[in-house]
Write a protein that binds this ligand. Structure first.
Ligand SMILES: *[C@@H]1O[C@H](CO)[C@@H](O)[C@H](O)[C@H]1NC(C)=O
Ligand SMILES: *[C@@H]1O[C@H](CO)[C@@H](O)[C@H](O)[C@H]1NC(C)=O
Length: 503
């Protein structure tokens, strides 16, 4: 056999059955679902999978091992209720997220089994990390000398831009915690500029020092934080133009939004309930982090009053029992949201506007009423609203009137449903299905043992990239030229007047 052919087939076989470490450390269950779909799919393809995560997959394949870090679950944001985050300022939002996630990173690295793994002689061909305010965890890639693939559950964000070398222009890239789309008014652009600068400075001078310390403290090998920060070969983004916006991406940032929407048959009880919803059905869910049972009595009553006025049947994800619930209401602790949204009788989704929920609604062509509270929810809903698939009610203004108005408008005005159907057909119409695309790129990265084509922006300081140095240089140059000309003119003038005086 020809040597080159031998080597290629050897490399190919190695990529065919590789050892892959996944690090999905975030305590949010919806983020875990994304990791679960990606990593179990890799297991199905025959790879040996190890995943560090606070949850386990429902059906763990035999070649899939979980290192469980469940101690990260249940940490609150230092605040008793996530609901309070709704009214937090942009700056406070940025700071509290970084500080909170520092705690998660440390707990993950302190885990006994994680430490055992780091002390072992284990070998990995690839490390996949969920990029989520946890940069020290990129150390797994450098420690095991394996290429790094990042996965962003939030799509393209200001920090992801930095790691992959995509310039962040505050004029057209809204910060994740704003309620803006990328098309901003003058005053929104000013606030967005403040947000961008504040986020950059806080990350650099308050967040990185802590992550740098974790890297030195918890990894047995000595690793260079500044090098691992920008060393990902590939970043997979949980986004698609229909759920986010049209933006510029380098070749190694790949959008796979919608990859987790794999609809399964419904439980019999819910199937019967929805089949019987001849006037349509509404799904009400505030996601896995926010608890409907924590809503104040007033808010809960307002929601009940709205439901009582509707002829549609309603499914509500509610964590406790409700003795005095209206007749058209079905409650359950956990609802299979993806599958329910796929039922043709579901006409509306009342949601907190998390990215997964938004994607699932758009995938299934269901219009939304958004009640966004924190993180990227306001932005997701602003985008959905500008695409004409959602009405938005601010949580602080939630009342019987505002909610009913939004629900009625979204149900009665056919444009919402039509737009949702249009986006649904677009997100499904792809040259290659997104989960398949993700697999292709992950295996591609292994076949080429990490890609090293870095964009030039990663070699420049920010003031070089935004041409501040050139602007200063040109300004000083013009100033010098101006001063020289001005000086010469003064000299000439004084000589002339000297001559005149002498005459
Ligand atoms: C960066 O990634 C490349 C390609 O995977 C790898 O060869 C190199 O060792 C990595 N460097 C660090 C500091 O992790
Ligand atoms: C419900 O919405 C429709 C269509 O926008 C509107 O014509 C109607 O007046 C609304 N009904 C109420 C009670 O607000």
């Amino acid at each position: 056999m020809n040597v080159a052919l031998f080597i290629t087939s050897f490399l190919f076989l190695r990529a065919q059955c590789a050892k892959i470490l996944g690090v999905f450390a975030a305590p949010g269950y919806s983020q875990f679902i994304l990791g679960e779909v990606l990593m179990t799919e890799l297991a199905k393809r025959g790879h040996q999978i190890t995943v560090i995560s606070p949850y386990r997959p429902k059906d763990e394949p035999p070649n899939y091992k979980t290192i469980l870090t469940k101690e990260v679950i249940g940490d609150t944001n230092g605040d008793d209720s996530l609901w309070n985050l709704e009214s937090q300022s942009l700056f406070k939002n940025i700071m509290s997220t970084y500080d909170y996630e520092n705690g998660i990173t440390e707990k993950t690295l302190q885990n006994k089994e994680v430490q055992e793994l780091l002390q072992s002689n284990e070998h990995f061909d690839l490390v996949i990390v969920e990029q989520f305010f946890n940069d020290a965890l990129k150390g797994f890639s450098a420690h095991f000398k394996a290429p790094l693939v990042l996965f962003s559950s939030m799509g393209l964000t200001e920090w992801n831009r930095e790691y992959m070398g995509v310039p962040m222009l505050p004029s057209m890239n809204a910060v994740s915690y704003t309620q803006y789309t990328n098309r901003m008014t003058f005053f929104q652009r000013i606030r967005n500029l403040y947000g961008t600068i504040f986020d950059y400075l806080y990350r650099r001078y308050f967040f990185y020092p802590v992550q740098r310390k974790f890297l030195a403290q918890y990894f047995p090998s000595s690793l260079d934080f500044d090098k691992i920060l920008y060393n990902a070969s590939l970043m997979l983004l949980n986004s698609h133009v229909t759920t986010s916006e049209n933006t510029l991406l380098p070749y190694n940032m790949v959008e796979i939004g919608g990859f987790h929407v794999i609809n399964k048959p419904l439980d019999k009880e819910i199937q019967t309930f929805l089949d019987g919803a001849t006037d349509g059905a509404i799904l009400f869910s505030l996601g896995s982090n926010l608890h409907s049972s924590d809503l104040s009595q007033d808010t809960r009553n307002a929601i009940f009053q709205v439901f009582a006025k509707l002829k549609q049947k309603i499914l509500w994800k509610f964590e406790t029992d409700l003795p005095d619930k209206p007749k058209n209401l079905f409650i359950a602790k956990w609802l299979k949201q993806r599958d329910i949204l796929a039922h043709p009788n579901v006409k509306l989704f009342i949601t907190h506007g998390g990215l997964l929920s938004t994607e699932e609604a758009i995938f299934n062509g269901v219009p939304m009423v958004g009640i966004p509270v924190f993180a990227d929810q306001k932005m997701n809903m602003a985008r959905a609203k500008s695409n004409g698939v959602a009405s938005v009610v601010s949580f602080s203004k939630l009342s019987e009137e505002t909610l009913f108005e939004a629900v009625n408008e979204t149900l009665k005005n056919p444009s919402y449903r039509n737009n949702a159907k249009r986006l649904s057909s677009m997100i499904k119409d792809r040259p290659i299905q997104p989960l398949e695309l993700a697999m292709y790129w992950i295996e591609y990265t292994m076949r080429h043992s990490g890609m090293t084509f870095k964009p030039s922006s990663l070699y420049l300081y920010w003031f070089e990239m935004y041409m501040v140095d050139i602007a200063c240089f040109l300004l000083i140059n013009s100033l010098v030229v101006f001063l020289v000309i001005f000086g010469l003119m003064r000299i000439c003038k004084s000589k002339k007047s000297d001559k005149q005086k002498k005459q």
